[in-house]
Write a protein that binds this ligand. Sequence first.
Ligand SMILES: Nc1ncnc2c1ncn2[C@@H]1O[C@H](COP(=O)(O)OP(=O)(O)OP(=O)(O)O)[C@@H](O)[C@H]1O
Ligand SMILES: [Mg+2]
Length: 249
Amino acid sequence: MALLEGEHLTKRFGGVVAVDDVSFSIDRGEAVGLIGPNGAGKSTLFRLITGVHSPTEGTVTLDGEVITGRKPYQICHRGLVKTHQIVKPLEGLTLLENATVGAEFGGRDPEHPEERAYEALEFVGLDHIAHDEPDELSVGALKRLEIARVLATDPEVLLLDEVAGGLDTEETEEIVDLIREIRDRGTTVFLIDHVMRALMSVSERVFVLDKGELIAEGTPEEIQNDEHVIEAYLGESAARDHAGTAAGD
Ligand SMILES: Nc1ncnc2c1ncn2[C@@H]1O[C@H](COP(=O)(O)OP(=O)(O)OP(=O)(O)O)[C@@H](O)[C@H]1O
Ligand SMILES: [Mg+2]
């Protein structure tokens, strides 16, 4: 049975249809990528899944239970959590305290939040600066802190919104290895990225959004050879990857 399902999800902002009748299904333990041009509705779809926005129409089901209309913290307690595309750690708190906020407020297991936060920092390789504040972290370290924050909630499903955006090649490799490890531990991963090398190498299946609509779905190989996808997105993105200036903020 599917672990996460969206049925006929639509989100309108005034006259803008950001997500247009999207249905999808993800099985337990899968790693699925979501790609599409800027403004395609990817982050909005993630916000519908995590309860940040209510859909105008449609439903989200997690492990057989309809979660549409629930608050993000309630959905997080059920084991589904998302990273933010634009990472903003809490200033004035240490890295450990930032990760502990995730563990305390969102966790499935309320026991020992600080221990789980520390383990998450160890996992992403930031434990040696656990007691520092995040104000001087590089973009790569900020992205890893964001991953630690959500991992500290002990998620069953992890939604990653452009965690490789803005990173150099080495930092991207590190993040890709982390995502692979998270998936190998059994966590279901749904990720958005414009960095195709990264996304295609960790995803078993890929969904493509264009102007709010799901235009294709398949293995990375199928998607990379799909003419509609190349026309709508990959042509432009391949050129960008090649130029070494992958987009994202
Ligand atoms: N809160 C909002 N209010 C009004 N319009 C919004 C809101 N959030 C998103 N939109 C609009 O919805 C559309 C989809 O935006 P979204 O951020 O989901 O795209 P995206 O695929 O994540 O793009 P990117 O790759 O640039 O991150 C855009 O036209 C955007 O301007
Ligand atoms: Mg986005």
